[in-house]
Design a binder for this molecule. Structure first.
Ligand SMILES: *[C@@H]1O[C@H](CO)[C@@H](O)[C@H](O)[C@H]1NC(C)=O
Length: 354
């Protein structure tokens, strides 16, 4: 190599290093809203029966700690935070073990069992989405007091907002036996209603400073072990509830259109669609191609219906190696499934923010 080429190579690699460093600091924090798919322990602090801060939950988490995550290990925000070079987990806002110094890098306002609709959070008396927003306001005040106005505004503007919610609006609310919503709205109207609430929510956090926002689509919710069991008990075979899967697919298409509109209408916003529907369905239909052995039932207990308090550490049936299972309890996936989904999202959805 000639002197000139060497020189150019050095200058160029320094330049690239600088670019890389600048890019690496592009997401200073992960801020999470939603339900049990992303709740890292807020429900521990409220009066609800929907909790998971006991064994066997968390048995593959750091220090084998049951944190209130509905999982044997970590959930997507944890993996995504790690993927951005931040802490390998995102703490819950209501957890007294953490302070604003921790939350400055990542904070979770999510609550298991909640939905876009107030009627959904009422079912299990969990934190409604409007209350998650109140906490976010309070957080902003604390952050400004802690980091100063300028730095706080930078964090709020450049953070990645993960919004993962919606499944409970359908499964716990609209399709549950005593839902007032099902007499009030047709299925189509209810989807429109939820979509409007999603639009309002994104617009609200945008006006509070959020710019990089991920909206999670609905999963193939008819394949959750609990829904398969219900399907079976109703005499419809032991497969997935295809009606629920179709609702999810239809709603996700509407969500894509909404995201396009939001990106066109709100200056500076970048909303992305975190869609794991197909990937999760592939894991469920072809578990072995991902290294799983079981996808139709969950690890915990019989795997047919247990979650929350029913997922009991004394059950002799609970599997010993959760990494062989797609589902951890009858409603939630395992650490390994969350990792596969998060890796996929990092690569195909969030790479633009790296
Ligand atoms: C949900 O409840 C809050 C607090 O009562 C209220 O401000 C909000 O308008 C309600 N949202 C809907 C869609 O009814």
């Amino acid at each position: 190599m000639s002197y000139t080429t060497t020189f150019i190579t050095i200058v160029l690699s320094q330049f690239l290093l600088q670019v890389a460093t600048t890019l690496a600091s592009k997401v200073p924090a992960i801020i999470v809203f939603g339900d049990s798919s992303v709740d890292s322990g807020n429900n521990n602090q409220i009066a609800t029966v929907l909790k998971s801060n006991f064994e066997p939950y968390g048995r593959d988490f750091y220090n084998r700690k049951p944190t209130g995550r509905f999982c044997n290990g970590r959930i997507p925000p944890d993996f995504i935070s790690e993927g951005f070079g931040l802490r390998p987990f995102v703490p819950a806002y209501l957890d007294g073990e953490y302070s604003i110094a921790d939350f400055a890098q990542g904070v979770c306002f999510a609550s298991a069992g909640t939905g876009y609709d107030n009627a959904t959070s009422d079912v299990l008396r969990v934190i409604p989405l409007w209350k998650e927003l109140e906490y976010f306001k309070e957080y902003q005040m604390k952050l400004r007091a802690y980091a100063g106005r300028k730095k706080a505004n930078y964090i709020i503007r450049e953070a990645l907002y993960l919004v993962s919610i919606g499944t409970n609006d359908f499964l716990e609310n609209y399709y549950s036996i005593q839902s007032p919503r099902s007499s009030q709205y047709t299925e189509e109207q209810f989807q429109d209603f939820i979509l409007r609430l999603a639009q309002n929510f994104v617009t609200q956090i945008y006006h509070m400073g959020a710019r990089k926002i991920s909206l999670t689509g609905l999963p193939p919710m008819g394949c959750l072990p609990l829904e398969r069991t219900t399907n079976y008990v109703s005499g419809n075979g032991d497969g997935c509830n295809e009606k629920y899967n179709n609702v999810a697919k239809h709603f996700n298409v509407m969500l894509v259109n909404l995201i396009q509109r939001l990106n066109n209408e709100l200056p500076g916003i970048r909303v992305v669609f975190s869609d794991a529907y197909d990937l999760l369905l592939q894991m469920i239909t072809k578990p072995s191609s991902f290294g799983f052995q079981v996808a139709s039932v969950a690890c915990c207990g019989t795997g047919l219906f247990e979650m929350g308090y029913l997922c009991d550490k004394l059950s002799p049936l609970t599997c010993t190696d959760a990494s062989k299972f797609v589902f951890w309890d009858a409603f939630h996936v395992t650490d390994k499934t969350n990792q596969i989904i998060s890796d996929f999202l990092m690569k195909y959805v969030f790479a633009q923010f790296l």
